[in-house]
Design a protein. Sequence first.
Length: 276
Amino acid sequence: MNACSWQRLSSSTRFPHAPMHRLAVISDIHGNAHALQAVLARIDTLNVDGIICLGDIVGYGPSPGECLEMIVRHCGVIIQGNHEQAAIDPGAAATFNGAAKEAIDWTRRRMSALHLAALRRLPHAATINDLVMCVHDSPVPGPTDYIHDKQVAALAFRGVDVRICLIGHTHVPIVFEAPSLDHTETLTAPELTAYLPFDGHTIDLDSDRRYICNPGSVGQPRDCDPRASFAILDLPNGEPGRFTVMRQDYDIAAAQMASNRAGLPTILADRLALGA
Ligand code: ZN
């Protein structure tokens, strides 16, 4: 990893080239290098202009440094997730469950000072071409951190002042659609539409509406499909176009073996095969 690549982390809120017509969106890699390698190889065949990473590169999995270096090498936007926060600040892990806490303590010990400094420099949010905002969990921090349903999404839309908000964090691919910007503060759940996209499912993005889009998790999916999840965001002529979720097979057995060899809690390897 050269100095330029690491330096780019502190100024990673913009892609170097505009406009962007086709972006890959990845999130929640969680130290799973086997899944990340497979997803990056697939993205390489999809003719994208850039890759957005929505955070949680580390935590849970056995290859945090390796994943961080791959992400820095490939992604134009990199957001700091709550597991990055917990890796650099042990206090931020106070709400983690037992296995997550054990894994993030392991991660903190395992990562180099250079890696931890790189995590510290990652931004919490980024905006692309005044059209797309990127955050890890929610555009409205606090009680809307886990956007699983329309009730929470209605509150989260209050923090969205662009057409598309990209989020990760729940490890479940989902898209919420809302009416245009004119009554954000009074938006209610019945006004929203929620889509649970399957592999290859394309959701057309209406230019008169707003969206919160989650690509699912590369390294620890939780929607009962163990394949790595990511998405392609098409923005033809700089306008909202399509959001397509894709699933990618990878060597889950090898990832499980690496996790168990590292001495991480066995539940973390077990869940990879379940997608849960
Ligand atoms: Zn996560």
